[in-house]
Write a protein that binds this ligand. Sequence first.
Ligand code: GLC
Length: 357
Amino acid sequence: MAPSKIGYVGIWNWDSCFHALGLRHGDPEAAKDQLRIILTHQLPDGMLPDVVHDAGVLASTLDLPLSEQGYGLPPGWDPGVPMPLTKPPLIAWAARAIWEKDGDADFLEEVYEPVSLALGWWFRTADPEGNGLFGYDHPYSSGLDDSPLWDGGSPVEAPELNAYLVLQCDNMAAIAATIGRHLDVPRWRQRAAAITSQLVAHRWDDRAGLFVSSRHGEPIPVATPFGMMPLLTGRLGKRIVRRLVETMSDPGRFWPRHPVPTVALDDPAFEPGRMWRGPVWLNVNRLLVEGLARSGRPAEAAALRRHTLELAISQPDFREYYDPLTGASPQRAAPMFSWAAAAFLDLAVAETHASEG
Ligand code: GLC
């Protein structure tokens, strides 16, 4: 499924995971196909491409239009040398979410090896500092193209990437148990625990109440909700969870009329109408709702779920992103946006179940 029905081509890696999350409720086979399209285009080294097009995959900077090939590269990088391009790893999570609906263990069996190889690619190639924490080499791989997290250049070691990897490992452990690969279970669980403890030891900023991104070990002074994504691990101590909830619910930072802005309201980089520099994205909210639930905060998860549903309902169309102050969708945001619709659907189903008690 393309990101939008209008003028937006290609099957995009992490978009497909969110599409699967929505489709699982009505058409689990279509949901599986979203993941299959990405997995069948896996590269020999395990990496999953950023985008699959009719004419081939987009998997490095050299596959971009010429005018974009130099964007986002680390200083001194020869633009003639390909930089791999992928997207945040969420496939194990999406596969498991489909299984929760239809119980098809054959599908889990089908995806287990390729997803394992894909995670191996991250573990082998994405830890430049050798500290057991992972980063992105290019803004496109982070999925956050113009985020101020990237204003100082690449690479960026990112708390959300580490959180997603923990989420994948824990889902792989659960998948391994379901398909009878019992010996693999402790390996995945240990990896999840190790990443989480490195994250807490090195990237928790108690004063900011957020996990921080860093570049060559230096914290990046930009406040975004991606520093709250470690909630998704469900492995944080109560005190850190409490601080993160305080940060998220602060009306001066992350809880305006329409939470959650992709840059804090009081951050100098905040721009309510500019893509990843402030607007609300429904898929980001969907992840934060799950993070709150996994971290033992069901009331806050329900509050964010309702705010997100209200925002979506208040607009005539599912849009790529929304202004957190007015709820309106900026002109440049793509219309008829697939992951916004999918996130809405998934949250609406959860809301219905919650209200039925
Ligand atoms: C934009 C987003 C990216 C997304 C893509 C397709 O480039 O930044 O995260 O995958 O659009 O929707």
